[in-house]
Ligand binder design. Sequence first.
Ligand SMILES: [Zn+2]
Ligand SMILES: [Zn+2]
Length: 401
Amino acid sequence: MTARTILDAIKVYEDEFIAIRRDFHAHPEIGFEEHRTASRVAELLRNWGIETHEGVGRTGVVGTLKGRKPGQRVVALRADMDALYIDETSDLPYRSTIPGKMHACGHDGHTTMLLGAARYLAENPDFGGTVHFFFQPAEEGLGGAQAMIEDGLFERFPVDAVYGMHNKPGWPVGEFGLRPGPMFAASDTWTVTFKGSGGHGGSGAHKSTDPTLPLGHFILAVQTIIGRNIPAVEPAVLSIGHISAGAFGAPSIIPAEVVVRGTARSYSASIRDLLERRLREVAESVALTYGCNGQLQYNRGAAPLVNATAQTAIAAAAAADLVGERSVDTDVSRKTAGEDFGAMLERKPGAYILIGNGVDPDGSFQDVHTPIYDFNDKILCLGAAYWVNLAKKDLCSDDAG
Ligand SMILES: [Zn+2]
Ligand SMILES: [Zn+2]
């Protein structure tokens, strides 16, 4: 079976998959609330004769399929299922039926593409080895990948490689892109609290310790972490997004506490550790200079997403079989966004690919996380065929270690 034949075979079911995708779109569920979505996924997997496990990482679902040919290798394909707190403004016939919630990132399409692959592979088990289908909850900042891992995902379903995919608005239909190595950033947030005595801004100024002074120096010193601690070849971002101090706009009271919050993006564990350490050192030392106390609270969000070289090559080849080598960009720029699939890639080798969601003739497109975004049904079968071809390619690879 060539990749194009797989695509043609999947296209026979295109209308059914469009209906499934639009049903998900009309019934969006926020992370860890994907009960309806998960039970629909499980029901379909069982209908196709696939061994199905529900409640993995709360609302996650795992389908397991063994090929008819001999083979020991195990591959996992992962899709996310959750929606966002966004009010859909489109007038699509299948628009969200739930006010304030919307599939604005295309996870309705991701879930459906993986279902398409599961159905095809169940009906055509002419492969050796095992494929797990990971339907992950709560990708949008709630740690669904982590939840599945903590629930024993890789102990219960050991894998040799794991793969992910996301749609990319603004890229034409029929284009794919990825890169070996770091692709998405570690996405962390942090809070620094400066504490002093506070006091009267006039008569008591000389007797007070004033936390606005370390704040002033901290704001400037933070950017020297990027300029003087991070090697120039390693991208990293530190930004401040919130500062609060004082109460009721009182101009003559020195506040006793100042809170500054920000974000940190990096692409490797070592740079991530360095950012945290330097933020702490700068906060504590500038506070000390002014007789105040400075404390950092660092909250780790999504892990950096790092593609393995061998699996990146397999993924690129699987896409190229379908759309031609010229339509697969294997050197896309790194993204400063976070993607929690990175947590899976921290534990298992694998690759994450982007699939073009389309672009209007005038070059415009509806980006993810906007109230007018919609997943493009035209890529459902292409994405499903990519998954199938990828699984088969990986299972035939000799990267079993
Ligand atoms: Zn998103
Ligand atoms: Zn997304």
